[in-house]
Design a protein around this ligand. Structure first.
Ligand code: GDG
Length: 476
């Protein structure tokens, strides 16, 4: 049945698994995006198109946990060229301040165009007359215009989860104009921060030559496109409820005990990605020990590095670098049963994440560049006793809202050392003052508010007249 709401994202919100009886099945992969979009999906009986992972050819559409999911297959070659190549070897570093050097290859671009077209065709096939289609993220920036060409009756929204770079960097891209024109197929373009939206509008004026005014772009065919910030958030109440369960509290106590009940536990949780600043933060922490500010009996750093993009060369190099650094730090500073860094290269269930957030006294989030960073917000949501410290990079989108964190420049190791030490030494009153303010911010701007505000601004776009409107999410 044609859908009034279609979500188009690179990944489906499920992973392929082998069930207990040996047959293939699906398991939900609840990330921030799923939690955000699920309520709007349910309220509108929406359909989600995405890659299910792996190289299976197009599998049949199916229902999972009340959601209509439509798997779109990628070939092994497309995974290499479109996904690992253009998405993660070109766009990801280019959009993150060139933290790594982006590679430009024409065959990667060709595959990006082919795969984007396939997503657009699938969305065009599934959407009802006048439906709303919400396209997500940097892998699919050509979909809005491709879809508009096929289905001018649709209302099209696009949300970019990562930063949109300044013109000075973006213009390196050989296909810069095509990307801008691809995005301009949408009625509404959402960015994490005002800066990203402004970068986009400026580039459109300079590179495509359209007239713009504030957050609006005026196209020659009479359409207007709005580019505006919608900072993403988390299910704050849901995280807090989880953190308050007995199981999570018991597990947090067990984690502290297993670490030898040190005075302070530092924590980092990141996808193992070179944008996240893991190396520099571990160095800063270890120098505080070697400088004599505290001892391995007093403090431990728990670093969870979630495996990510392991086929991409730069991610393999990063993993080796971190492995070596952790080995060296623990070799130099650790004692029997007391490593300076407790390093875990693995992913965990949400309950374990919440227990780690509850066990940690100081959460350390130091990306060189990050669209938002949900981990920082999740930590705050779990600190329902208004305690715990957050050390946060100025270059994470979250720093715009979480002003009461200890804000740091991750390129400045001495600055990070000072902030880590201040957080280590802060008294309860100081911690409470900061955490209370941050918790208030997170409670007011949760993920449901994010999705509702995007959908309602998209609903106001009047390009082409009589389209259906999307029902707001039902709150539980
Ligand atoms: C991109 C942008 C933007 C992580 N490990 C596990 C796990 N996670 C969950 C976290 C959090 C999410 O994944 C990670 O989100 P982040 O925002 O921290 O970072 P990216 O993955 O880089 O996300 C980012 C985001 O999109 C949303 O727009 O904020 O800037 O880069 O929710 O909790 N969850 C579980 N096990 C793990 O091991 N269950």
């Amino acid at each position: 049945m044609p859908a009034d709401l279609v979500i188009v994202a690179n990944r489906l919100p499920v992973d392929r698994v082998t069930l207990a009886d040996g047959t293939p099945g699906w398991r939900g992969s609840p990330g921030g995006l799923v939690t955000a979009i699920e309520p709007v999906m349910r309220a509108n009986n929406g359909t989600w198109v995405g890659w299910p992972g792996g190289t299976d050819a197009d599998l049949e559409p199916f229902e999972f946990d009340g959601m209509n999911l439509v798997p779109l297959g990628l070939t092994a070659e497309e995974i290499e060229l479109f996904y690992e190549g253009f998405s993660n070897g070109t766009l990801w570093p280019l959009y993150h301040d060139l933290v790594a050097k982006p590679e430009f290859h024409r065959e990667w671009w060709d595959s990006y165009v082919t795969v984007n077209r396939r997503f657009a065709e699938k969305a065009a096939e599934l959407a009802a007359q006048g439906a709303t289609v919400w396209v997500h993220d940097y892998q699919l920036q050509l979909v809005p215009q491709m879809l508009r060409d096929l289905r001018p009756d649709l209302r099209i929204g696009f949300y970019l989860h990562i930063p949109f770079p300044p013109a000075e960097l973006f213009q390196q891209l050989p296909w810069r104009r095509q990307i801008l024109e691809g995005l301009l197929g949408a009625d509404l373009l959402g960015f994490q921060l005002p800066g990203g939206a402004a970068n986009f509008v400026r580039l459109v004026r300079q590179r495509v030559g359209h007239k713009t005014h504030r957050d609006l772009v005026y196209l020659p065919d009479g359409r207007t496109v709005r580019a505006a910030p919608f900072p993403i958030s988390i299910d704050a109440a849901g995280f807090e409820r989880l953190a308050q369960t007995d199981a999570v509290a018991d597990r947090a106590t067990a984690i502290r005990e297993a670490l030898g009940n040190p005075r302070r536990i530092f924590l980092g949780i990141d996808r193992l990605d070179y944008t996240k600043g893991i190396y520099a933060r571990l160095r800063a922490f270890s120098e505080l020990i070697s400088d004599g500010h505290f001892d391995v009996e007093d403090a431990v750093f728990v670093q969870v590095a979630v495996p990510s993009r392991e086929q991409v060369e730069q991610y393999r190099i990063l993993r080796d670098d971190i492995d070596r650094l952790v080995g060296r730090i623990n070799g130099d500073l650790g004692r029997i049963g007391r490593p300076a860094i407790s390093y875990l290269h693995s992913s965990y269930p949400r309950e374990e994440m919440a227990a780690l957030y509850r066990a940690a006294d100081i959460m350390v989030v130091t990306p060189y560049r990050d669209g938002m960073n949900l981990v920082a917000k999740e930590y705050v949501a779990c600190r329902y006793e208004d305690d715990g410290a957050l050390v946060l990079s100025e270059f994470a989108g979250a720093a715009d809202e979480l002003r009461q964190a200890w804000l740091v420049n991750p390129y400045d190791i001495n600055g990070m050392k000072s902030a880590l030490l201040e957080a280590y030494q802060a008294d309860d009153k100081e911690l409470t003052r900061r955490m209370k303010a941050m918790r208030k911010t997170i409670a007011q701007h949760d993920v449901a508010a994010w999705a509702d505000s995007f959908m309602s601004v998209l609903g106001e776009s009047d390009n082409g007249g009589h389209r259906k409107t999307v029902r707001p999410a039902k709150r539980s």
